[in-house]
Ligand binder design. Structure first.
Ligand code: LLP
Length: 441
C-alpha cells in the first residue's frame, strides 16, 4: 500500500483516511461512498503554488483543473489555497461561480465550446478563454464586441510532443482534436488572425501534452517547444507572448507497477519545467513569461478512495472469482474505458494477508462492468467493506446514472471529521427531469 500522510491502518486493522476510520464512515454514510482527504488536496495545491513562488518569483499561477473533480467545495478549497481553476464546460463554470470563485481567476478550455457557454463565460467575466479554433476566435470576437469588451485569450498550441500514456489521454500528438499544430503552420496562422481581432487580447499560448505522465522529459520538451514557438512568433510578427500555460498531466500512483511520488517529487517536476522556461527564454532573448500550470489528477486522485460493500461472490473454478460490490462502472468507469489498474483492500480487515486473486465486479447489467481484474485480496465475505484507492480524480467527474443507479455521495474528511460535499442521490433525483407527454397518458 502507498503510505500517504493521512492513509493508514489503525489499531483495529481498519483503513483510516484523514483520521477517520473508513469502516465507521461506511456505517454512518452508507456505501458506495467517495471519501476525500482534505489535507492531501491542500498539500498538493500548496506545493505547486509555493514552487512557483520560490523558484519563479511568484511570476505565475497554479490552476486546479477542475474536470478531475468538480463540486462547490473543491472550488472553495482552491480559492482558499490562492490558486485559480480551469473549467471545460458551462456546468463546471456554473459550479465555480455558484461557489463564489473569483471569475478573473477562471480559465475556460474546450475544443468545441458552445455559443451559450461562450456567452455565459463573457457574462460571468471569466478571466481567460483558451481559444481552440478559428471559428471560436470569430464568435468570441463578435460576442466581446457586443459587450464592448476586450477578452483575454490564450491559444491552444499543439507542439507534437508524444507522451507515454494511454492513447485516449494523449492530447498533443500531431493527430489530435486539440489545438493548432506548430508543424503545419496553423499555430502561426491563428496567432496572426487573433492579433488582428479588435476585441480579443492575446496573452499567450497554452499546451497540454496528456495525462498520467511520469517522464519529466516530456514536460521539459513541451516547455522548450512552446518557448521556441514564442520566439518564432516574435521574429515573424514582433508580438511577444507574455503568458505560457503548460497544462497539467503529472502522474499518480494507482498500483505498485507505478512510481509513488511525494510532495517533493511534484515540486521537482515543476522546477524542471521552470528551469527550462528560464533557460530557453534567456537563450532566445525573451522576457520569462508568466507561467501557468493546470494539474488536476495529481491534486485529487490520491486524496480520494471509494468505499463499497461486498455482496455476491461467484467462484468459477479455474477461471475467475468475482467479488461483486454495490458500485461499478457508474461510479468508476476507468477500468472499462482504459483498463486502469487499481489497488483494492478490505477496509475492515486491512491488516490481513492477501490469499487469493479476485476480480471486482460492479452491479451493472454488462460483463465489462469491472473495477479491477485479478487483484490480490484476503478471502472476502459478503458484508465486508471494500476500499478502492486513488479514486479522487476522474471517478465522480465521469460517473453516470447508468442503469439508473445512484451516483454516490462524496464526503470530505479532515482530522477525523467527515462532512458531505455531495449529498446522496434519491429516486426522486433520478426522475426529476422525466416528462410524460399528454399522448402517453
Ligand atoms: N489542462 C487541460 C487542457 C486538460 O485537458 C487536462 C486534462 C488537464 C489540464 C489536467 O490534466 P491532469 O493533471 O488531470 O492529468 N478522463 C481521463 C483523463 C482525461 C484528462 C483530460 N485533460 C482519465 O480518467 O484518466
Amino acid at each position: 500500500m502507498n503510505e500517504r500522510e493521512t492513509l493508514r491502518i489503525n489499531e483495529k486493522g481498519h483503513l483510516e483516511l484523514g483520521g477517520a476510520d473508513t469502516v465507521e464512515l461506511a456505517k454512518k454514510f452508507g456505501t458506495p461512498l467517495y471519501v476525500f482527504d482534505e489535507k492531501h488536496i491542500r498539500n498538493m495545491l500548496g506545493v505547486y503554488r509555493d514552487t512557483i513562488l520560490e523558484e519563479y518569483d511568484g511570476n505565475g499561477l497554479v490552476l486546479y483543473a477542475s474536470k478531475a473533480f468538480s463540486c462547490k467545495a473543491m472550488y472553495i478549497i482552491a480559492a482558499q489555497e490562492r490558486v485559480g481553476v480551469d473549467v471545460v464546460s458551462g456546468g463546471e463554470l456554473y459550479t465555480a461561480v455558484q461557489s463564489g470563485f473569483p471569475a478573473d481567476k477562471i480559465y475556460m478550455h474546450g475544443n468545441n465550446k458552445l455559443l451559450r457557454e461562450l456567452e455565459y463565460a463573457l457574462d460571468c467575466g471569466v478571466g481567460t478563454i483558451v481559444v481552440d479554433s478559428f471559428r471560436e476566435a470569430d464568435i468570441l470576437d463578435g460576442l466581446a464586441a457586443k459587450r464592448s469588451k476586450k477578452q483575454n485569450v490564450l491559444l491552444r498550441i499543439n507542439p507534437g510532443v508524444e507522451a507515454h500514456t494511454h492513447s485516449f489521454i494523449q492530447t498533443a500528438r500531431t493527430d489530435s482534436k486539440f489545438g493548432f499544430s506548430v508543424a503545419d503552420g496553423t499555430a502561426a496562422n491563428i496567432t496572426e488572425y487573433v492579433l488582428s481581432k479588435n476585441n480579443l487580447r492575446l496573452k499567450g499560448f497554452h499546451c497540454h501534452i496528456g495525462s498520467q505522465i511520469f517522464e519529466k522529459q516530456s514536460f521539459v520538451l513541451a516547455a522548450a517547444k512552446l518557448t521556441e514557438f514564442i520566439a518564432a512568433i516574435k521574429d515573424k510578427t514582433g508580438y511577444e507572448a507574455e503568458e505560457l500555460n503548460l497544462g497539467g498531466g503529472f502522474g499518480v500512483w494507482y498500483n505498485d507497477e507505478e512510481p509513488c511520488l511525494g510532495l517533493s517529487d511534484y515540486a521537482d517536476y515543476l522546477k524542471a519545467i521552470i528551469n527550462e522556461v528560464k533557460s530557453c527564454s534567456e537563450r532566445l532573448g525573451l522576457k520569462p513569461p508568466f507561467l501557468v500550470i493546470e494539474p488536476g489528477r495529481s491534486v485529487v486522485a490520491e486524496a480520494g478512495i471509494t468505499l463499497y460493500t461486498v455482496g455476491a461472490i461467484k467462484d468459477i473454478p479455474a477461471i475467475k472469482k468475482y467479488i461483486a460490490i454495490d458500485g461499478g462502472m457508474f461510479d468508476n468507469p476507468r477500468y472499462a474505458l482504459y483498463q486502469s489498474k487499481y489497488t483494492v483492500l478490505l477496509a475492515n480487515r486491512a491488516d490481513e494477508k492477501c490469499t487469493e486473486k479476485v476480480s471486482i465486479a460492479g452491479k451493472c447489467c454488462e460483463s465489462g462492468d469491472l473495477i479491477a481484474v485479478d487483484v490480490p485480496l484476503p478471502k472476502a465475505e459478503s458484508g465486508d467493506i471494500m476500499a478502492v484507492l486513488t479514486t479522487g480524480a476522474y471517478n465522480y467527474s465521469m460517473a453516470s446514472n447508468y442503469n439508473r443507479n445512484f451516483i454516490p455521495a462524496a464526503i470530505l474528511v479532515k482530522d477525523g471529521k467527515a462532512d458531505y460535499i455531495i449529498r446522496p442521490q434519491t429516486y426522486e433525483d433520478l426522475v426529476r427531469n422525466d416528462c410524460i407527454p399528454e399522448r402517453l397518458k
